[in-house]
Design a protein around this ligand. Structure first.
Ligand code: SF4
Ligand code: SF4
Ligand code: SF4
Length: 273
């Protein structure tokens, strides 16, 4: 679908948290009329209807993903549809029904429980400012394969986490600096460095607004089933404690130890080779 430059300019002013939905609706509206180009009038027509029916559009939750599944070469996490599984989980949690009962007045998009996935530490989808942020990780480890000391791993690492030990003729990875992007393993011609685990890091309790807060990372790296377990428990926690539309991030800030206790048996620590 093509967009005229005027339509694109209007679209850029739509708030980021509804932009994807509005774009989809505009394109569906234009396609329905058998046209292939979006004009500025189409954007205004759809935007008007959308704002007038905002409460009906509030699903109670939102799951977003970066462009990783579309073929981004930086993708580091497991190759699977975790976003789809989270969406199904949240769809079965009746978050809209919960919000209808607890929020005073009409529902707004900012009431929605948000989960955002980024498939690598570049974090393009901004998981740090969502209720739950998930970041795909490729954990590097050393094998017994001899190193050719070519230096490509050192060169590609943006965190300065890799050094070469001239005496042992081996690389060393500083795990305190490493972000698990997997780039060093990707360029190593001898597979001295390999990806030993593909998993997800989980951040809890981020938000923007009047009192912004960056989501805090849980220790460890998790598989999809474990992430779903964490998301499920966070939703339970949210439904047990939230009143009057209070956001999960605020609960996480106010009841941090209680939230961690609810997750305690799920939290584990990352092992690196
Ligand atoms: S977060 Fe990483 S994988 Fe996702 S779009 Fe950005 S660079 Fe690509
Ligand atoms: S996985 Fe770690 S050590 Fe390797 S390039 Fe990424 S940040 Fe550097
Ligand atoms: S670990 Fe691999 S990329 Fe790094 S210097 Fe050795 S052979 Fe080259």
């Amino acid at each position: 679908m093509e967009w005229s430059s005027e339509a694109g300019a209007v679209m850029r002013k739509v708030p980021f948290f509804v932009k994807k939905r509005v774009r989809k609706k505009v394109e569906a509206y234009v396609a329905q009329q058998g046209r292939g180009t979006v004009t500025v009038d189409d954007v205004y027509a759809v935007k008007k209807g959308y704002m007038e029916n905002m409460e009906k559009e509030v699903a109670g939750f939102r799951v977003e993903n970066c462009f990783g599944p579309g073929g981004c070469p930086n993708r580091a996490g497991p190759d699977e549809d975790l976003a789809g599984r989270i969406e199904s989980l949240l769809a079965g949690s009746d978050l809209r029904g919960f919000l209808k009962k607890t929020v005073n007045g009409p529902l707004k998009f900012h009431h929605e429980f948000t989960v955002t996935l980024a498939d690598c530490p570049n974090a393009c989808s901004r998981p740090q400012i969502r209720d739950i942020g998930i970041i795909g990780a490729a954990v590097p480890g050393l094998t017994d394969n001899p190193c050719s000391m070519c230096g490509q791993c050192v060169e590609i690492c943006r965190e300065d986490a890799v050094t070469l030990d001239e005496n042992r003729q081996m690389p060393q990875i500083d795990v305190s600096r490493c972000l698990d992007c997997g780039q060093c393993a990707g360029v190593c011609p001898t597979q001295t460095i390999q990806t030993i685990q593909r998993c997800y890091k989980v951040l809890l309790g981020g938000k923007l607004g009047r009192h912004p807060r960056l989501a805090r990372p849980l220790p460890g790296c998790y598989d999809a089933d474990q992430v779903l377990d964490i998301v499920g428990r966070c939703v339970d926690f949210y439904k047990q404690h939230s009143t009057g539309g209070k956001r999960f991030a605020q609960l996480a800030a106010e009841n941090g130890p209680e939230l961690m206790a609810a997750l305690e048996d799920l939290i584990h620590y990352q092992k690196k080779g």
